[in-house]
Design a protein around this ligand. Structure first.
Ligand code: F6P
Length: 341
């Protein structure tokens, strides 16, 4: 058996741990051969490959990023893209594909499976918004990075009597904002799932200053005020139809200053949340996903994604994982409200 492996979409700490586990078990236990596809779906589309054996995966467990490279290439947006992928897989003698990605990469995998390609999916995203799995790897690392940033911002905010806003990633789901805000003791957490009242945010800011503390506001990049839209950097869409978000933190700082007269500044964590070494939790989760993904290949379980449910790794249909996003339940968000203001 010859197995192709690719990583697509935004990178994420733990991708290399998955690749290592897939290759180590695939070669060591099943005697398979591997082909590494470069830069997401661009790899099989353009037959852009690299060697993927034991020497290539040595030492990569703690390394962030992905040795395979990544991209947001969508083969369904390329004329004859799917046919080219099938031809290239055939020419390279690839019998099965392991696609490691989020909603977009696995959405493509779902469609390719329906067209007869032997594919198994592994869920990755720092946003933790993939359906059918309790957690995706990368999320724990991102939350720890954001949480540490919030701890640091508390002390400087208090020294200068400022409101500090932390903008974190999260396009349609506020998991990073909610978890880092809770663990970092934020005074307000704003998530995409729940439109926010600017008036209420300013009231929380005022009340925090009255108690002689400085407010920390954690805002997900996709959060929206009750009146207004998502703040975007530019309107151009990527191959999966997403606009580039960013700027809600700056917008909020200006509004807070204008309405409360207090100084407000913004820190945008951006790609720092995605870079660098994965936490131990993410290394273990990514490793287990990799081990179970190669088992799924061995069992010919095409069109399945490995998923964490409780403490078990299970196989779910790719279509179930990609049919809708896993957003923050409003009851969970409401639990955090007791700490607001
Ligand atoms: O992978 C998802 C994500 O982390 C989103 O939260 C964010 O909007 C996006 O990546 C940004 O990625 P990039 O800057 O690589 O386009």
């Amino acid at each position: 058996m010859r197995v192709g492996v690719l990583t697509g979409g935004g990178d994420c700490p733990g991708l290399n741990a998955v690749i290592r586990a897939v290759v180590r078990k695939g070669i060591g236990v099943y005697g398979y051969e591997f082909v590494g596809f470069r830069d997401g779906w661009k790899g099989p589309l353009e037959s852009h490959t690299m060697e993927l054996g034991i020497p290539e995966v040595r030492g990569i467990l703690p390394r962030g990023g992905t040795i395979l490279g990544s991209s947001r290439t969508n083969p369904f947006k390329v004329e004859g893209g799917v046919a080219r992928i099938r031809e290239n897989l055939y020419a390279l003698g690839v019998d099965a594909l392991i696609a490691i990605g989020g909603e977009d990469t696995l959405g493509v995998a779902t469609q390719l499976h329906l067209q007869g390609v032997n594919v198994v999916g592994v869920p990755k995203t720092i946003d933790n918004d993939l359906n059918a799995t309790d957690y995706t790897f990368g999320f724990d690392t991102a939350v720890n990075i954001a949480s540490e940033a919030i701890d640091r911002l508390h002390t400087t905010a208090e020294s200068h009597h400022r409101a500090l806003i932390v903008e974190v990633m999260g396009r349609h789901a506020g998991w990073i904002a909610l978890h880092s805000g809770l663990s970092g003791g934020a005074n307000v957490i704003l998530i995409p799932e729940q439109r926010f009242s600017l008036e209420r945010v300013c009231a929380y800011v005022e009340s925090r200053f009255q108690s002689h503390y400085a407010p920390i506001i954690v805002v997900a990049e996709g959060a929206q005020p009750e009146e207004g839209d998502m703040v975007t950097v530019q309107q151009d869409l990527d191959a999966f139809g997403h606009v580039r978000l960013g700027g809600i933190g700056e917008w909020l700082a200006k509004q807070i200053e204008a309405r409360t007269g207090k100084e407000a500044r913004t820190t945008v964590l951006g790609h720092i949340q995605r870079g660098g070494t994965p936490t131990a939790f993410d290394r273990v989760l990514a490793t287990r996903f990799g081990l179970h993904a190669i088992d799924a290949v061995k069992d010919g379980e095409w069109g399945k994604m490995v998923a964490l449910q409780g403490t078990d790794i299970v196989r779910v249909p790719l279509s179930e994982a990609t049919e809708k996003l896993k957003t923050v339940p409003i009851e969970f968000y409401n639990e955090a409200e007791v700490f607001f203001g």
